[in-house]
Design a protein around this ligand. Structure first.
Ligand SMILES: [Ca+2]
Ligand SMILES: [Ca+2]
Length: 445
């Protein structure tokens, strides 16, 4: 019994360790941005590809059999790579990159000792470059070089210096955290070969592009640090699998619609609709979609605008989405637009004469009633009616009047109604009590 429980426990520990060892140096709790098996060149956020086939390689260690294979044919010139596969649109201060890679055996080394594997690049184009380094014929090692706007440096292999075996698969891991400023000396670059820490630097200044976040991981293995040489054999770089994650991925962005309204709903007679608003920093793009049809990309990011959204009759729910590399945030505006003009807001009416009070008393037999009206789109007309008889249309709209409203003895309830073009109405009421004139007798028939 006890032995069986120990066996189960050991099995669980083994399974957990096996999962953790897939990418053993990925920071705990990292947000996965992409985990791509290279069953296809593109997918999982990889969105640029030129000239790199997917081939079958049964020795692929993590996600066999498909791998991405860069082929350097005989005559291939130094200073370029055979093709490109890249993930563009990252927006990360902290980046973890893991990938499985195999250089061919033999491998013709470039005379500069530089055989670039890939590029981890900022928005402005500064790169951190893992490199198969060493003289032609070896021994080869895994080097790391930051190449900023104008400068190239090597980061020393200050922990260990394992040799790269040609023709074998290697798991390379990189942790890159950009420095706060160009002089803060708090940038981090660590890299591992097959789980062994090679370099550990925690005082890196990211130079010209220090304020730039990581933007791109570009598989574009460029042969050599110089030009003028040519391959005399056919060589390969193969990639089985890649993982991009971030220990501190950007939080979900916030987005707000500020124009034409900050309210949740809006009515309009006009199409197309123009929207504008804001989004939080870190936003890399803003897109929109209308529930009634249509979608697109806004102009701008932290301050954005959408010049033309075609509306259809009825309800149009417009959703605006802000994007970072790994997260999104949304805001919506419900727009009413329809055959009645889309105007659902009623006008208002107010009586100012003979009194702005609800009641008025007079001995007169007729009276002039006047006032104001207002509407979000426009007052089309103002009508009136008395419960003692009589009705009609007032003269004027936002400022209106009715002359000769007849009054009978006792209360006369006069209702004034303002109308907009969509058929919405708003009313005002006054009760005018006609009293008998003093000093006269009144014959009640
Ligand atoms: Ca694979
Ligand atoms: Ca209205």
């Amino acid at each position: 019994m006890a032995r069986a429980r120990w066996g189960l426990l050991l099995l669980l520990v083994w399974a957990s360790a096996a999962a953790a060892q897939t990418w053993p140096n990925e920071p705990g709790g990292a947000t996965v941005i992409s985990d791509h098996a290279f069953n296809t060149a593109l997918g999982d956020g990889f969105n640029v590809e030129t000239g790199v086939p997917i081939v079958s390689d049964a020795t692929a260690p993590l996600s066999p059999p498909n791998v991405l294979r860069f082929t350097y044919p005989i005559g291939f010139p130094s200073g370029s790579g055979p093709g490109t596969v890249s993930y563009e649109g990252l927006n990360l201060k902290d980046l973890y990159l893991g990938f499985w890679w195999k250089p061919s055996d033999p491998w013709q080394g470039q005379s500069s000792g530089v055989n670039k594997i890939l590029f981890i690049s900022t928005y402005a184009g500064g790169s951190l470059i893992p490199i198969l380094c060493g003289p032609n014929g070896g021994p080869y090692h895994l080097c790391m070089a930051p190449e900023w706007k104008d400068t190239w440096t090597w980061l020393s292999r200050n922990v260990s210096d394992p040799e790269v075996t040609l023709g074998a698969w290697h798991r390379i891991e990189v942790l890159a955290i950009r420095s706060t400023t160009t002089t803060s000396a708090d940038g981090v670059v660590k890299w591992w070969l097959d789980g062994t820490l090679v370099g550990n630097h925690t005082d890196v200044n990211f130079d010209n592009y220090a304020t730039q976040n990581w933007y791109m991981v570009k598989f574009n293995p460029t042969w050599g640090g110089g030009v003028g040489e040519f391959k005399t054999e056919t060589d390969y770089f193969s990639f089985d699998h890649v993982r991009i994650s971030s220990p501190n991925a950007a939080p979900s962005p916030t987005v707000a619609i500020t124009g034409p309204t900050t309210a949740a709903t809006y009515s309009t007679n006009a199409t197309p609709l123009t929207l504008s608003g804001t989004a939080s920093s870190g936003t890399t793009s803003v897109t929109w979609a209308n529930s009634a049809g249509g979608s697109g990309t806004a102009t701008g990011t932290t301050a954005w605008s959408i010049p033309s959204i075609a509306l259809t009759a009825g309800t149009n729910v417009v959703t605006v989405t802000a994007h970072t590399a790994s997260t999104t945030g949304t805001a919506t505006l419900t727009v009413s637009y329809g055959s009645g003009g889309g105007d659902t807001t009623p006008p208002t009416a107010a009586i100012t004469a003979p009194s702005s009070s609800a009641t008025y008393a007079t001995t007169a037999t007729t009276i002039t009633v006047s006032g104001t009206a207002a509407d979000d789109v426009g007052v089309a007309s103002v009508t009136w009616a008395s419960d003692r008889g009589g009705s009609g249309t007032a003269s004027g709209t936002t400022s209106w009047s009715v002359t000769g409203v007849p009054l009978l003895i006792g209360p006369n309830i006069v209702t004034v109604t303002a109308h907009d073009a969509a058929g919405n109405t708003g009313t005002a009421v006054i009760t005018i009590t006609r009293t008998q004139a003093s000093g006269h007798s009144t014959i009640i028939r």
